[in-house]
Design a binder for this molecule. Structure first.
Ligand code: MG
Ligand code: ZN
Length: 225
């Protein structure tokens, strides 16, 4: 019997993802797989998150894995915020897979004590299509939409919104200037996935960030128990 190649690749990925999940669960860490199209503001959201977590009275051990086709730029941006970060370069691949993340965890362990980690954000390659197919060992997929992209992404890429636990809508400060109906965007996303937590916010102004941070901290608390 012939098993389609794509199915075999995904099955091998599942095994490695389960191992990543076990490793991070043992640490009590909450792991987020951040997915969006290029330019929606994933790295800006991570920078803002780093600043907000640092301002909390109780320390939160936070680390980041950055995924891009090329360059170290995003990991450097995150490290500049005082957060442990490693970069994966996929060299052409349009998504991260569990094997890449496993190697990145080994490198991250050289920068920070993984057993004490509360929160890990994995920034996927900017792409709304296949990143959602590849389990990395995360607890939650979070899709980042942004106002300048318009309000049609949930209806055009339903699988990504269906598999997400939360949706961030970034750049709400631009709502007066672009054709994006926020109610339609959220309504369409909720029509695909009724359990989606939704966080409209602006990484530029900081509006709406607190609810997002609270959601991350609730996840970290849950896994830390
Ligand atoms: Mg980025
Ligand atoms: Zn891909």
């Amino acid at each position: 019997m012939e098993i389609p190649v794509e199915r075999r690749i995904l099955a091998a990925n599942e095994d490695l993802a389960a191992r990543n999940r076990e490793r991070l669960r043992a640490a009590g860490c909450f792991v987020v797989n951040l997915i969006s199209s290029p330019g929606a503001g994933k790295t800006s959201l991570i920078e803002r998150t780093a600043d907000a977590l640092r301002a909390k009275p109780a320390p939160v051990s936070f680390a980041v894995i950055e995924g891009d086709i090329a360059t170290e730029q995003d990991a450097a941006r995150v490290r500049a915020r005082g957060v442990a970060a490693v970069q994966i370069n996929t060299r052409g691949d349009c998504h991260l897979d569990a094997r890449m993340v496993s190697g990145a965890l080994d490198r991250l362990a050289e920068q920070t004590d993984l057993s004490k980690l509360d929160l890990l954000i994995i920034e996927n390659v900017g792409n709304l299509v296949c990143p959602t197919e590849f389990d990395l060992g995360e607890d939650a997929k979070v899709v980042v939409a942004s106002v300048p992209e318009g309000d049609d992404k949930p209806s055009k890429y339903p699988a990504t919104f269906l598999r997400a636990s939360a949706m961030v809508v970034n750049k709400i400060d631009l709502l007066p200037y672009v054709d994006c109906d926020l109610d339609r965007l959220i309504g369409d996303a909720r029509a695909v996935n009724g359990r989606l937590a939704v966080f409209p916010l602006s990484c530029r102004t900081g509006e709406g960030l607190e609810a997002w941070i609270d959601w991350l901290l609730a996840g970290a608390r849950r896994n830390g128990e």
